[in-house]
Design a protein around this ligand. Structure first.
Ligand SMILES: Cc1cc2nc3c(=O)[nH]c(=O)nc-3n(C[C@H](O)[C@H](O)[C@H](O)COP(=O)(O)OP(=O)(O)OC[C@H]3O[C@@H](n4cnc5c(N)ncnc54)[C@H](O)[C@@H]3O)c2cc1C
Length: 420
């Protein structure tokens, strides 16, 4: 009998199970947590629901959009977000909306933008050069490079650029000038709308797909024997497989495989990623959150980004309440500060930025994710290829954001499960 095993009940694993089922093939999904969804999942405290990081869908793939929308009616929010920089609020993208900045900052941003280095993509060696060619030095030094540290946990000099696409986009000088006088109505974001389920949190987009799937929870995989086609779990049980599909992160699966070659282990050691805290706050006031999401450029404020669950959907909070979730990222090899410190620092800073008091807070929570974003440090493609070739050789199909080791949005992670 066929024994098809899928590792991980995130969007990629659920998609794999669903698409096998569509073809009449049964599978069992093993998940280490006690719930499904992975990074698309959520948690609820005293009626306040928080996703695991921001999460909207904006796929243009008709097949996938249809699956998501049939599972959950969606709000379509205009993609309007803001940037917080030293007490000023700038509509996103900041370089197109400098109007709120003090005059001296504006002059320096624009002067350096005009004199930015003009480079061909082929001459660009790292993300730092790419940022300077796009924005000029002053904006890079004060905005983009600082944000890169906060979001990617890396210096832009240590990152390559293929992941951004093969182009340098700079706004026209007229756009920058216009935005330096008054905030622009035009949306320069990569998508006009951000969609989000009216009920049930982000993972509701998967409700139809996960129906009828055999998902086993609290089943952490600890060892894989490709020689005998066996998977071992932390609870001491094991299963034999005829087909193995994994959405586990490459650095983790490599450690689990019996007799994994040293070259593959070394390649995995050279991969980089971010981990991060989610700081979730619930308020007994309806008006704390003003923006669907915003970015923070100041180095002394831990979060890179803050979003509002109640503006995504009022269903995420009890009536008359509001909520925020802040995202704080670190490189995988950073020394991560203790959660008490991050929680306190973040709450204190957000009090000043968003204008609330301790007495408004009814929910305060902090959680850590070991894997958030894959980081595109130099050497990523060679190392990834070594690992993926090896997994193919031993008949493990690797899917999902951390199984493909790529900067995949949810619909792209879903697609990797479809194609397995
Ligand atoms: C900060 C942030 C914001 C994002 N915002 C958006 C957004 O707005 N829109 C969007 O489209 N995408 C967004 N994404 C991307 C999106 O979260 C991912 O593309 C997608 O959720 C990845 O799904 P996955 O199934 O590949 O991985 P995961 O969700 O990580 O699923 C892997 C599963 O494997 C399980 N697992 C791990 N180890 C083991 C083990 N040893 N044994 C058993 N099970 C195990 C995990 O618990 C998890 O459930 C965001 C990501 C981040 C980090």
């Amino acid at each position: 009998m066929q024994n098809n095993i899928i590792l991980g009940a995130g969007i990629a694993g659920i998609s794999a199970g669903y698409h096998l089922k569509q073809k009449g093939i049964n599978s069992v999904i093993y998940e280490k947590d006690n719930d499904w969804g992975g990074l698309c999942g959520n948690f609820t405290i005293d009626g306040f629901r928080f996703d695991r990081f921001v999460h909207f869908t904006f796929t243009k793939d008709e097949y996938i959009a249809n699956i998501f929308e049939k599972s959950a009616p969606l709000y379509a929010h205009p993609s309007v977000s803001y940037n917080y920089y030293q007490g000023c609020w700038l509509k996103h993208p900041a370089i197109n909306n400098l109007s709120a900045l003090p005059t001296e900052d504006k002059v320096r941003v624009i002067a350096d933008f005009v004199n930015r280095p003009h480079k061909e993509v082929s001459d660009i060696e790292n993300y730092d050069e790419w940022l300077r060619a796009q924005n000029g030095n002053y904006f890079t030094d004060n905005f983009a490079a600082v944000y890169t540290h906060k979001y990617w946990g890396q210096s832009p000099k240590d990152m390559e650029t293929k992941w951004i696409g093969n182009r340098i986009y700079s706004p026209a000088l007229e756009e920058v000038l216009r935005g330096s006088y008054a905030e622009q109505a035009e949306n320069f974001y990569y998508t006009n709308y951000m969609k989000y389920p009216k009920k049930g949190g982000f993972r509701s987009i998967l409700d139809n797909c996960r129906q009828g799937l055999d998902i086993r929870f609290n089943k952490k995989v600890v060892r894989i024997l490709p020689q005998t086609k066996q998977v071992f779990f932390a609870d001491g049980c094991s299963e034999e497989y005829s087909r193995l599909i994994s959405s586990l992160p490459l650095p983790e699966i490599v450690k689990m495989i019996n007799d994994c070659p040293q070259k593959v282990i070394d390649a995995a050691k050279n991969l980089n990623w971010t981990c991060g805290y989610q700081i979730s706050l619930g308020f007994k006031r309806p008006d704390v959150a003003k923006h669907l999401w915003f970015y923070i450029y100041d180095e002394d404020i831990p979060p890179a980004r803050v979003y509002s669950p109640n503006l995504k959907s009022p269903n995420n909070v009890p009536e008359g309440c509001s909520s925020l979730q802040a995202e704080v990222f670190y490189a995988n090899d950073d020394e991560v500060p203790p959660e008490e410190w991050v929680l306190k620092q973040t709450t204190e800073k957000l009090k000043q930025i968003c204008g609330f008091d301790d007495c408004d807070i009814v929910v305060k929570d902090i959680r850590f994710e070991h894997y958030a974003n894959v980081t595109f440090t130099h050497g990523i493609y060679q190392n990834r290829e070594i690992i993926l070739n090896y997994l193919k050789e031993i008949d493990i199909e690797s899917i999902g954001r951390f199984g493909k080791w790529d900067y995949l949005w949810t619909f792209q992670a879903f697609k990797t499960g479809m194609e397995s």
